[in-house]
Design a protein around this ligand. Structure first.
Ligand code: GRF
Length: 226
């Protein structure tokens, strides 16, 4: 039996999801985790803020939660140390950032190198940082989207695992565009995590190569003539 099938039937990869707010990407991962063949168990949700909707989503799904309030720590290193201890105590094997609004120290990122994944709402390397939809509209791009990538110490800069593109439409405002990208995020993150858990990703410099069958989907044109 191939490794990935054996894993899905026996031990699924244990993931923690780090959140700070709404948690819609967390929800997508929780929903994926409920399907029998998904090779990842969302075992723990950690928030740096109390009382955020993401924590309610985790509890509703029966997943363990932990609040590590960053305001109780002297500096980033102390917070990251507590985070690291929590993740290790839970035997976490992969960490997914999903709307986690804290910068992580280089030490933490190095300790979780190639096991730390983020989703960013743009087609990287365009529009790193905040307000990506506003900036995409201002730049006049006709394609925008989202990226799942490995985290490195530089912000939004790590090797790209998967991307999804969406069209920018003439009557878009920030909210409409954000909603279209978010729908794509909710499909992309579980897909990328599955590829990781199935052992199908290989790093080649800055590139991530994917083994096995994938449907690359072809080119998306915008505008496209009917
Ligand atoms: C998403 O757009 C994600 O790409 C970005 O922060 C947002 C989090 O939204 N990193 P949610 O908390 O997952 O709903």
């Amino acid at each position: 039996m191939p490794d990935r099938q054996r894993r899905s039937r026996v031990a699924r990869l244990k993931a923690a999801v780090l959140v700070s707010g709404r948690g819609s990407n967390l929800q997508a991962l929780l929903d994926a985790g409920r399907t029998p063949d998904f090779p990842v168990e969302i075992a723990l949700v950690v928030s740096n803020l109390p009382d955020v909707p993401a924590l309610e989503r985790a509890k509703a799904a029966g997943v363990a939660t932990k609040v590590i309030d960053h305001r109780g720590f002297a500096d980033r290193a102390a917070f990251d140390q507590a985070l690291d201890t929590t993740l290790r105590a839970a035997d976490v094997e992969v960490v997914c950032l999903a709307g986690f609004m804290r910068l992580l120290t280089a030490g933490f990122v190095e300790a979780w190198r190639n096991r730390l994944i983020n989703i960013h709402p743009s087609l990287l390397p365009s529009f790193k940082g905040l307000h990506t939809h506003r900036r995409a509209l201002a730049a006049g791009v006709t394609l925008h989207g989202c990226t799942v990538h490995f985290v490195t110490p530089d912000l939004d800069d790590g090797p790209i695992i998967a991307q999804a593109a969406v069209p920018v439409l003439g009557d878009d405002d920030e909210d409409r565009l954000a909603a279209r990208v978010l729908t794509a995020e909710h499909r992309l993150y579980p897909l990328a995590l599955r590829l990781f858990a199935e052992g199908r990703l290989t790093l080649a410099g800055r590139r991530v190569l994917v083994s096995g069958d994938v449907d690359a989907g072809g080119a998306l044109f915008n505008p496209a003539l009917k």
